[in-house]
Structures are given as structure tokens and as C-alpha cells.
Design a protein around this ligand. Structure first.
Ligand SMILES: [Zn+2]
Length: 413
């Protein structure tokens, strides 16, 4: 019976591939097809295998909510509107949709830039805190754990240690005292800092986080926001910290800040470090709103990929900033994207990388067949639409069920 089911699933998978190919030819060149899209109509998978095969597990993904209680404005390049107040309604709609999933989902990944920089610029730090608290409260309505990926707007509004104290970020450190590995998953975070609803007692949380960092002999201000978790046997999910090397979120007297500043300014000598003006191809990512992955993170990533390969696990990576040129205009890229990608390419366990930051949906398959997917930015989704997804994980493919400006995709591995 199991064998029959296996054969049936493989037969259906091949039918899908054929459909996908035809569908790709159809969509190629259409206005909605960014890069090498594998768009397919939502609902097809449902009717073909719905009821016969269940996914191994499912999760929700949303990017660049960038909420602020301010009037709508054009983006920095004056090409698109940003609907700041509406963003929270779209987030609520996404959470309600995930809560209504008949088979249920296991967790949600928020790909970064939850709180827009204008909160700080126009209304000050207390507004940044109030808005982050408001959005974290929205996420508390979600029936499953939420993984928050670090974005540039988050570290523009806050010092990274404040984001840990608010129980917004999770991370991984190597204790400098015992040499043991501390992997702070959101669940372990809760054990340390309490539930985020308990954010009233900020002083106690700050003291708790400082004491925790002191016990590890790790500076609280430099705490990294990368970690891994196991959603199900056979799968390892990795959250990267795209602002590990960054001029945002660090105390300006910290080593990390100085190192990052030096690196950025060795390439970008413009008066405004957010300007890519006069930068050559493959240098244009060196701006203040992008960042990079440092040595310690890359050593950790290599160890993760080595372990995953040994244990024959499939790896999915989440990062705010893309690491493949083909899914961006060449500006919204990690500073050392080539270094990160070549490290990933040393292994064959990574199946997909999900990012945000550019605000435009994009898809590309890299030279080694890894799927790179960039999610649309919620803040730029016009009212009446949305742009999130629910991703079903099967043994040989991911089915991205997109909503609105996020298309549905069928990603084989
Ligand atoms: Zn961003």
C-alpha cells in the first residue's frame, strides 16, 4: 500500500513538472513574470492532490511590513507608493489566513523590516517602541511560533540589544566562558526573557539579558541574530543575520561597528553612505542599508551545512537581504553575497533561500539549482491586495501558495 502511494505521488509530481514547464512558457515575457519565474495558478495543486497527500509540514512567510502611523509616501526612488498605515491590516489578514488553514501551519517567518524607520525619524524612539510592541501583540494572535529575521529598518529604529530585550530577536552564540554553544530559538528566548506580552517590565528584561550575556562573557550589544531550528525530522532551517556586519544597530564605540564602518567606507566614499552613486558593478551593494555576514557567522553556517549534509537533512535559509544578483537590481544585496553563496555551494543540502528587502517579488534558480525567492514588501502592496504565502513542504518539493502580489510557486528539489 505504501509503495502504491509512493508511486502515485511520484506520478503526480511528474505531471506537475510537465504542467510547470508549460506554464513557464506561458508566463515567460508576461508583465507579471519577474526573472525566471515558475509561477503557477494557485489552487491547481489543491485540486490535483488535495485530500490524497498531505504536506509534511507547512509554514507562513511575510516580508517588509514596515508599519508606521504616518500618511502614505512614495519610496526613496519615487517609483512606488508606500501604504504605511494599511500595512498592519495586511499583516492581520495574513495572520487570520494562517490561523484558518485547515491542516494548520507549524510556524511563521517574518523576513525583517517590521517597523519602518520613519517611526524614529518623525516621532522619536518612544514611537518605535510603541509600534514594535503593537506589532508583536498582533503576532501574539498567531496560533504558532513566529521567527523574526533581522532587517535594516529594525536596526535603524533600535540597538540590536534592545531587540533582544524586547524578545523580538533570537540568536546563537558561542559562550566565551565554557565554549558551549547557545542556540537561542524563540522558544528558549521565552524561557529566558518571558512572554513578549510581559514587556511592561523593561528594566527587568534588560537586567536579565545583560546578566545572561555576562554569564556567557559575550557583549550584549553585539549579540548575533542567526540561529537554526528543526521544523521536522530531515529538515534544518537556518535564519541568517544580514546585519551582522553593519553600521546600524551597534553602539558606535563597539568593535563590530568600527569593523563594519571601515569595510563600508573602503568601498563607498559617497557623502551619504546610503547612496550607491559612482559605485562599480558588484560594489553597488556597499550601502548603509545593506549589511554582511561576518567571519563567526560564516564559520557557524559552514558547521550547520556540514552537519546537515552528514545527517542527510534538507536546508532552507531565511535572510532579510538577498545573496544572488539575479533576484535584485544589484543594489539590494548582502555586502559579501558572493562569499556567502560560494560557501553554500560547497554543499548540496540547501534547497531554497527566502528573502525580502527589495520589496519586489523575484525568483531565480542559481547555478546549483537552489531556489532564491524574494517576497514582495507588504508596505508597497496597494490596499485591496496582499503579498504573503503559506509554504507546504513535501518530500520532493515546496509548494508556495502565494496570495495577491506573491505568486504561487512549485519548487522541486
Ligand atoms: Zn530592508
Amino acid at each position: 500500500m505504501r509503495d502504491m502511494r509512493y508511486r502515485l505521488r511520484h506520478f503526480l509530481a511528474r505531471v506537475f513538472e510537465a504542467y510547470q514547464l508549460c506554464n513557464h512558457w506561458f508566463w515567460e515575457g508576461s508583465a507579471t513574470c519577474h526573472f525566471h519565474s515558475v509561477k503557477m495558478e494557485s489552487g491547481l495543486t489543491e485540486c490535483m492532490i488535495g485530500g490524497k497527500l498531505s504536506p509534511l509540514f507547512s509554514f507562513g512567510v511575510i516580508a517588509d511590513v514596515q508599519y508606521a502611523d504616518i500618511d502614505d509616501k512614495m519610496n526613496h526612488s519615487h517609483t512606488k507608493w508606500r501604504y504605511y498605515r494599511n500595512a498592519v491590516h495586511l499583516l492581520r489578514e495574513a495572520i487570520a489566513s494562517w490561523n484558518k488553514e485547515t491542516r494548520g501551519i507549524n510556524f511563521v517567518v517574518q523576513l525583517g523590516d517590521l517597523v519602518d524607520g520613519f517611526n524614529l525619524v518623525e516621532k522619536g524612539k518612544s514611537e518605535s517602541f510603541a509600534v514594535l510592541k503593537k506589532l508583536m501583540t498582533e503576532f501574539e494572535n498567531c496560533h504558532v511560533p513566529v521567527h523574526n529575521v533581522i532587517g535594516n529598518h529594525d536596526v535603524f529604529n533600535f540597538l540590536r540589544k534592545e531587540l533582544f530585550e524586547m524578545n523580538f530577536l533570537s540568536g546563537y552564540v558561542l559562550s566565551r566562558n565554557s565554549g558551549s554553544i547557545i542556540n537561542l530559538s524563540p522558544v528558549k528566548n521565552e524561557a529566558l526573557f518571558g512572554n513578549s506580552q510581559d514587556s511592561v517590565n523593561k528594566d527587568a528584561k534588560e537586567a536579565s539579558f545583560s546578566a545572561f550575556c555576562e554569564s556567557l562573557n559575550v557583549p550584549a550589544s553585539d549579540f548575533p541574530a542567526f540561529y537554526h531550528f528543526f521544523p521536522q525530522k530531515g529538515f534544518r532551517f537556518i535564519v541568517l543575520d544580514s546585519y551582522d556586519l553593519s553600521v546600524l544597530g551597534y553602539d558606535t564605540d563597539s568593535d563590530k561597528y568600527h569593523k563594519s564602518f571601515k569595510l563600508l567606507r573602503s568601498v563607498n566614499k559617497n557623502e551619504q553612505w546610503n547612496s550607491p552613486q559612482n559605485l562599480k558593478y558588484n560594489q553597488r551593494q556597499f550601502t548603509g542599508f545593506n549589511g554582511g555576514m561576518g567571519e563567526e557567522q560564516l564559520t557557524w553556517l559552514e558547521m550547520q551545512l556540514k552537519e546537515a549534509s552528514k545527517e542527510e537533512q534538507r536546508v532552507v535559509i531565511f535572510a532579510h537581504v538577498p545573496i544572488l544578483h539575479d533576484v535584485t537590481e544589484g543594489i539590494c544585496l548582502a555586502w559579501n553575497h558572493e562569499e556567502v553563496l560560494s560557501l553554500i555551494h560547497k554543499f548540496s543540502c540547501v534547497i531554497a533561500i527566502f528573502c525580502g528587502h527589495t520589496h519586489d517579488y523575484a525568483y531565480a534558480k542559481d547555478a546549483l539549482g537552489i531556489h532564491h525567492v524574494v517576497f514582495p514588501g507588504i508596505v508597497e502592496v496597494p490596499p485591496g491586495q496582499n503579498g504573503f504565502a503559506t509554504i507546504d513542504v513535501y518530500e520532493d518539493h515546496l509548494h508556495v501558495r502565494g496570495v495577491g502580489m506573491m505568486p504561487s510557486l512549485f519548487l522541486n528539489f
